[in-house]
Structures are given as structure tokens and as C-alpha cells.
Design a protein around this ligand. Structure first.
Ligand code: NAP
Length: 334
């Protein structure tokens, strides 16, 4: 079987290797992977920026989907041939996050999905319905679950609520699609008018080019009437002031990204005055992924896939994430 391995940090060091197909131990499952998807974190891990002390070699990528090929001793609830997806945090099964729950993640502390056959704990897999193809299923574990939870943390959104999503990356487009499916209005921002037209075709009610409109927070506040209920903050410190400006009273910011930086000088008066909530989050639990998978399948949502590339081209595909030209998810065919 073929795996892609990272023996030393650096995209150029990703190498395709031949290995024997491993055997699952007690409680483990051998999965024949068919597709994986890229997240910005995977790029940071491979470059050595995310966890510089991570033991190597590593099989990268947190998100994958495939078929169960063999079951280890004691595994129940799964069968050979069943379609499954990986989960991001292998020990966070349900409920609120805890330190033990978020210490072991796929494609980082635990081996990832960029392999023809991979071993995963049975508790770190989620069944995939027959109506969902492997490429779509492989987009859910990180970006999909993060968007799902970002919406839940605001107490849920629905008709009469407005959600602001920043940019047109994987998380933002999932948030757009899910919020629309819940009946909320969505304002999407992007640096590109062409991407904004695509966001509109996906269901965005209003769009703002954040380069052409530097005061986009104020613009979003007006478009929503008296501010938005929720900002899905994928960009981080550099955009937080505008996000606070966009918020309505009792509004909520689900802060999850760092594309515009980690630190800034910030006037917090808007948060205080609006009685607003600022909530950080890290992906979600296995139960969140089960709920999301059922929701996506049940509503017939189609995750937005920018392009599909073969396993051997993963290095170039990962590197391209930093250019931000993609719209939605990049999928690796295995
Ligand atoms: N906390 C968590 O659990 C968690 C989970 C998943 C992801 N994340 C983080 O969330 C962020 C987004 O993840 P992703 O997978 O959606 O990334 P992505 O697919 O790589 O998103 C890239 C897009 O973000 C937009 N963007 C970049 N800089 C921006 C800025 N200053 N203001 C507004 N938009 C900007 C751009 O959209 P346009 O081209 O349209 O301008 C860009 O194309 C990353 O920082 C990622 O590491 C965190």
C-alpha cells in the first residue's frame, strides 16, 4: 500500500512510501481510505509551525473517508465494508470539550488519513450514509464540524437571525450552507467579487468585498437591520474589531481562526455595550460530527469542493492553501 509520510518538517519532505497493510489491534479498525481533505492546520503541521516538537515521521491530514477493511478484537457497531469518516479529536466523544478530549487529534498526535490503509480507534470513526460520496464525507471532520459548532454555540440560528461569515474558505462556506438550511439570513465577505458571486449562488443574502469596504463591520450591521446575531470569525485578531462592529445586541462571535493574525490592540467597548458574547472554539466532538453528517445527508447539502487532486500532488495542493485562491475544500483522491 502507499502512504504519504512526513519524515522532517517542510512540504518538500512529504514522500510517497510503500508499506505492508497493517493489522488492527484490539479496539482498532483498518480503513481503506478513498478520499481526504485539506485544512489550513495540515499546512501548519507539515511546515512545523503548529507543533514544532511533534514526533516524526507522521502520516498527515486529519480528514478522510473510506471503507472498513478489517476489525480488531472487541470492535462492535462497525462491519467490514461499512463506509466511515475519521474524526478530528480521537478522544472527545460528546459533550463539552476538556483537555483530555482535545489532546489527541488525527494527522497530528495520531496518524492521519493520507494513506491507502489506515488504523484508527473504532471510537474515532463516524458512519457515512450511502447517499454521501467519499469526497463529501472527507470534508466534514474539521471544517464542517467547526462550522456546525460555531452555529450551535450562539444558541442556534434560524429564521429572523443574520449570520456573518468571513471569507470563502472551507469553514465559512459550510457555515453559510448550514445557516441557510436553518433558515437564517447570511452575509458573506470575500476579497474577490468573483467569489462573492459564487457565495450568492450558494445562498448568501448579502455580500461585501472586505478589501473594497474596509468598514465592512458597519456595512454588515446595516444590512442585518440592527446588527448580526452571529459572526463566524475565521479570520481572528485582525478582523475582530470589524466583527464586533457588525454585532447586534446580545450578539455572538464564534472565534475559531487566525488568518488575519493572533494578536491586536482591541477596543472592547462594543462587546460590553452590546452585551455580546465572544466564544473561542476548537472543532467539536464525535457526536457533533454524527449530528452534522445526518444533517448534511438529510438536507441534501453538497459540501463545496474547489478541486480534487491525486495523492502524489498533496504537497503542491497544501502549499496553495496559503495563496487563498480556493473556494471551499480541496480534496485528495486516494
Ligand atoms: N478553531 C478551530 O477548531 C478551527 C477549525 C478549522 C479551521 N480553523 C482555522 O480557521 C481559519 C479558516 O479555516 P478554513 O479551513 O476555512 O481556511 P481556508 O479554507 O484556507 O480559508 C481561506 C480563506 O479565508 C479568507 N481569508 C483569509 N484572510 C482573511 C481575512 N483577513 N479576512 C477575511 N477572510 C480572510 C479568504 O477568503 P477570500 O479569498 O474569499 O477573501 C481565504 O480564501 C484558519 O485560520 C484555520 O486554521 C480553526
Amino acid at each position: 500500500m502507499k502512504i504519504v509520510e512526513l519524515p522532517r518538517f517542510g512540504i518538500a519532505n512529504l514522500t510517497v512510501q510503500e508499506r505492508d497493510v497493517p493489522k488492527p489491534g484490539p479496539g482498532e479498525v483498518l480503513v481503506c481510505l478513498k478520499a481526504a481533505s485539506l485544512n489550513y492546520r495540515d499546512l501548519l503541521i507539515v511546515q512545523g509551525f503548529y507543533k514544532p516538537d511533534l514526533p516524526l515521521p507522521l502520516i498527515p491530514l486529519s480528514d478522510g473517508a473510506g471503507e472498513v477493511a478489517a476489525l480488531g478484537e472487541g470492535v462492535t457497531g462497525l462491519k467490514v465494508g461499512q463506509r466511515v469518516a475519521t474524526v478530528f479529536f480521537q478522544s472527545w466523544q460528546e459533550g463539552p470539550p476538556s483537555l483530555p478530549g482535545i489532546t489527541r487529534s488525527t494527522g497530528c498526535e495520531a496518524p492521519g488519513a493520507l494513506t491507502q490503509y489506515g488504523i484508527f480507534p473504532a471510537t474515532a470513526l463516524v458512519p457515512v450514509p450511502d447517499t454521501m460520496d467519499f469526497a463529501a464525507a472527507a470534508t466534514l471532520p474539521c471544517a464542517g464540524v467547526t462550522a456546525w459548532r460555531a452555529l450551535q454555540l450562539a444558541g442556534g440560528v434560524g429564521p429572523g437571525d443574520t449570520v456573518l461569515v468571513l471569507g470563502t474558505g472551507g469553514v465559512a462556506l459550510f457555515a453559510l450552507q448550514i445557516a441557510k438550511a436553518f433558515g437564517a439570513s447570511v452575509i458573506a465577505t470575500s476579497s474577490s467579487d468573483e467569489k462573492l458571486a459564487r457565495a450568492k449562488a450558494l445562498g448568501a443574502d448579502h455580500t461585501i468585498n472586505y478589501k473594497a469596504t474596509p468598514e465592512w463591520g458597519k456595512a454588515a450591521f446595516g444590512m442585518a437591520g440592527l446588527g448580526v446575531k452571529l459572526v463566524v470569525e475565521t479570520a481572528g485578531a485582525g478582523t475582530l474589531a470589524q466583527s464586533i462592529g457588525a454585532l447586534g445586541w446580545n450578539g455572538h462571535i464564534s472565534l475559531l481562526g487566525s488568518l488575519s493574525g493572533f494578536s491586536t490592540e482591541l477596543n472592547v467597548l462594543g462587546l460590553v455595550g452590546k452585551n455580546a458574547h465572544l466564544h473561542g472554539l476548537t472543532v467539536g466532538s464525535r457526536a457533533d460530527q454524527v449530528a452534522l453528517t445526518q444533517f448534511v445527508a438529510g438536507r441534501g447539502l453538497k459540501p463545496v469542493i474547489d478541486r480534487r487532486v491525486p495523492m502524489v500532488e498533496v504537497g503542491a495542493a497544501l502549499g496553495s492553501l496559503a495563496e487563498g485562491k480556493h473556494f471551499g475544500k480541496v480534496v485528495i483522491d486516494i
